[in-house]
Design a binder for this molecule. Sequence first.
Ligand SMILES: [Zn+2]
Length: 222
Amino acid sequence: MGETGSTEKDADRRIGRRALLIGGTAAAVGTAVLARDELARLWWRAPGVEKPREEGVVDSAGAQWVAASDANWRRADRPADYPIDMVVIHVTQGSFASAVKAFEDPGHGAAAHYIVGKDGHVTQMIRELDVAYHAGNRAYNERSVGIEHEGFVDRPQDFTDRMYAASARLTAGICARYDIPVDREHIIGHVEVPGTDHTDPGKHWDWGRYMKLVRQARTALA
Ligand SMILES: [Zn+2]
């Protein structure tokens, strides 16, 4: 019994110290559980403190990690600092390998979080925590996850069954993680980003089919 009591006291002391670290914000919160939630969200805001990250970790199960050059994205701590409420669909205008190479190139100046291949392969190159330069619009970059699709906008045969299925699963997972509604206001094409001169994913991208697949995948996750 005494041991349980002292463990609890130790836990309280730990929370107390960490609350001090962030300026006492958590001290005002009523219960230890709430305090812990607050701390999980806020402790990294202390000067010099960053949320720990592990190299190679992916946000979408089954994705393969290949790091983009850090010149093509900005470090952030989404959704704590920027809420995520959008997925932006792109087409690479090139092969899968050429997209990976471009995103690894510090001179490219742009990259998306994910690339989906014609064979359904998914590579993640930027963490969803971070802001990828993919939409050509700062506010949209900050609020969205960008997904590239291998192929060309004028080649409908590039958009394979496997690609649609893999991309829909990926988007459904993103919608589940951040509670994003599965509709065309929140899942948009690059062409729909304000101020863009890009046309992707183009007229051959089958939105009706894609959204149906995303809805099915999202329902399966619920
Ligand atoms: Zn694009």
